[in-house]
Design a binder for this molecule. Structure first.
Ligand SMILES: [Cu+2]
Length: 175
C-alpha cells in the first residue's frame, strides 16, 4: 500500500538527471564487479588450487600419523608439534573437535598442505589472515602454501560440526 496510487503510464514520466546518474553509476559498478570475478580467477594470487584426490578417511588418518611420527619435534597441550622440511608434503587433519598436528613452518618456504577430515565436514579458517578452506572427508585437498609472514596463526573451524565445534582450534607457527 502506498500513500498515492500510481497513475496509469507512470513509467513514461521523465527520469530526473540525478536518478539517471545514480542508475548509470550502479550499472557500471555491477558490470565492473562481474568482470572482476573471472579476471581475479586468472590473475589473482589467492585462488585455491584445484588439486584434490579421493582418499579413504582411515588412509588419510594413517598418512597424518606417519607424517607426525616422521617430523615430530615436541608437544603442545594434547597435540604434537611437527616441523617438516621446506618443500615437504605436510598434513593437517580435521576431526571432531580438533585440528592436528601443530605445524611449524618456515617463512617464505613452500609446502604442499594436504587437508582433509576423518569424520564430518569441517571448515579450516586461518586467523588473523582469514583464509578459508573446506576439509571434506574422503578428499585429500592439496594446497600449495608459502607463508609470507612470521607469527602464530590460529585455525578455527567455520563449519558447524557438532556440540564442541566452538572448541575446535589448531595452530600454525611460522618462523
Ligand atoms: Cu566445526
Amino acid at each position: 500500500m502506498s500513500v498515492q496510487s500510481l497513475q496509469p503510464g507512470w513509467w513514461k514520466t521523465p527520469v530526473h538527471k540525478e536518478e539517471r546518474i545514480w542508475i548509470t553509476v550502479a550499472l557500471i559498478w555491477c558490470i565492473l564487479m562481474t568482470l572482476i570475478m573471472p579476471l581475479w580467477h586468472v590473475v589473482g594470487e589467492h585462488n585455491p588450487s584445484a588439486e584434490y584426490y579421493r582418499i579413504a578417511p582411515e588412509d588419510f588418518d594413517k598418512l597424518t600419523d606417519e607424517f607426525i611420527d616422521k617430523y615430530k619435534v615436541g608437544v603442545e597441550g594434547d597435540f604434537a608439534v611437527v616441523e617438516p622440511p621446506a618443500g615437504a608434503d605436510i598434513f593437517l587433519r580435521g576431526s571432531q573437535w580438533q585440528w592436528d598436528p601443530v605445524l611449524k613452518l618456515k617463512v617464505n618456504e613452500t609446502y604442499r598442505l594436504h587437508l582433509s577430515s576423518i569424520d564430518v565436514l569441517h571448515g579450516m579458517s586461518i586467523y588473523p589472515i582469514n583464509l578459508n578452506f573446506e576439509a571434506v572427508p574422503g578428499y585429500d585437498y592439496v594446497l600449495t602454501i608459502t607463508p609470507t609472514s612470521t607469527g602464530t596463526f590460529n585455525i578455527i573451524c567455520n563449519e558447524f560440526c557438532g556440540i564442541s565445534h566452538h572448541n575446535m582450534m589448531g595452530k600454525i607457527i611460522v618462523q
